[in-house]
Design a protein around this ligand. Structure first.
Ligand code: ATP
Ligand code: MG
Length: 348
């Protein structure tokens, strides 16, 4: 392979990588595992995540992205470098990378991510907002003067945006998404049942029986945890109603955020959205009934995009293919020198 360009969805939960001409080549959890005493990197991605909440004290598993933002620079760089070197080993030239950031990040946070990507092996990097990539990945042609609304419900953030002519007209990003729903389920079970469950178990409850409004037929799931008072391992049955009630406040925040963006949308674009509907992307779009919940809140028909989990990465691929359109709106590739990257110790 000679020079290929790459799209990266650097998410709170997972990293998805798209290679021009090949499609999605990698999708792994955003995690790294270290030996505590020596600080040695032991594993990244799925192998690291498999150890999460299960490793002995001698191993520390880090999830370095919090709410879409880099909270552990070194671990994020280790993950990106490891994935990029795997993908680029057959490349003659370093790739140009289009990566995503939540729509409301500061310029310092943007610079940090650009710095990271170029230090992890990219020749040049360009950042685009996550909901813009999600819209491109969902197949919404954004180069025309026609409004489209995308709601990307990820692990750390829900990004809501109205897109027109290749850029964002109105947007909002709230730090309430999949992780907050998992945490809400975990808290509820601890409070109501005196049982402590792991965050992975809470996520499993959400995926298997969770719902955005009460199911007509209640579902149940048996899960294992630890009794809060006796400290003994226990098995309990959790119902879909319990999961729904636990998540209701957070779900309300998500739908309220969608409403607020609609309220701020200029009337002509709002009319377009009435016609074309709202598109849901991100892993959170798979929560049972979330399209119906948003429809009930807004009165606008709501669709779940095809392959919602990979939409953002597919959108970075679309962006690579149409970078000329994006460059008219100020999205440009920058090299490490142009960014002025100084913060990274190359020996790490
Ligand atoms: N079937 C499902 N039902 C409910 N939630 C799901 C389902 N599948 C995945 N999720 C949730 O989707 C979230 C991950 O989505 P995604 O991969 O889009 O996030 P991300 O891009 O890593 O995060 P962010 O965009 O916030 O940085 C997780 O919280 C996961 O639990
Ligand atoms: Mg995402």
């Amino acid at each position: 392979m000679i020079g290929k360009n790459i799209g990266i969805d650097l998410g709170t939960t997972s990293v998805v990588i798209y290679v021009e001409g090949k499609g999605i080549v990698l999708s792994e959890p955003c995690a790294a595992a270290y030996e505590v005493n020596t600080g040695k990197l032991l594993a990244v991605g799925k192998r690291a995540y498999d150890m999460y909440e299960k490793a002995p004290d001698s191993i520390r598993v880090v999830k370095p992205m919090i709410n879409g933002i880099v909270s552990d620079f070194t671990a994020t760089k280790h993950i990106l470098r490891s994935f990029l070197s795997k993908i680029c080993k057959t490349m003659v030239f370093k790739p140009n990378v289009v990566a995503c950031v939540p729509s409301m990040v500061t310029s310092l946070e943007k610079r940090t991510i650009l710095d990271l990507i170029t230090s992890a092996g990219a020749a040049k990097a360009c950042l685009i907002e996550e909901p813009l990539a999600a819209a491109l990945g969902a197949g919404l042609k954004s180069d025309r003067p026609k409004g489209a609304m995308v709601v990307d419900i990820g692990g750390g953030t829900t990004d809501i945006a109205v897109i027109t002519m290749g850029c964002i007209s109105v947007s909002s990003s709230v730090k309430v998404a999949g992780n907050a729903l998992d945490e809400a389920i975990r808290r509820q079970i601890r409070r109501e049942r005196d049982v402590i469950i792991g965050i992975r178990t809470a996520e499993m409850i959400k995926r298997r029986i969770g719902c955005s409004y009460l199911r007509e037929v209640e579902l149940g799931l048996t899960v294992k945890g630890k009794h809060f008072i006796t400290g003994m391992p226990v098995s309990i049955e959790v119902s879909s109603t319990e999961a729904y009630l636990a998540m209701r406040p957070q779900l309300e925040q998500i739908s309220e955020a969608v409403r607020s963006v609609l309220e701020l949308t200029p009337p002509e674009l709002a009319a377009d959205i009435m016609e074309s509907g709202i598109y849901l992307t991100g892993g959170g779009a798979l929560l049972n009934g979330i399209d119906e919940m948003i429809y009930r809140k807004t009165g606008i028909k709501t669709f779940i995009a095809d392959d919602p989990v990979n939409c953002v990465a597919l959108g970075t691929g679309e962006a690579l293919a149409h970078i000329d359109i994006l460059s008219q709106n100020g999205y440009v590739f920058k090299s490490r020198d142009e960014i002025g990257g100084l913060e990274v110790d190359e020996t790490e």
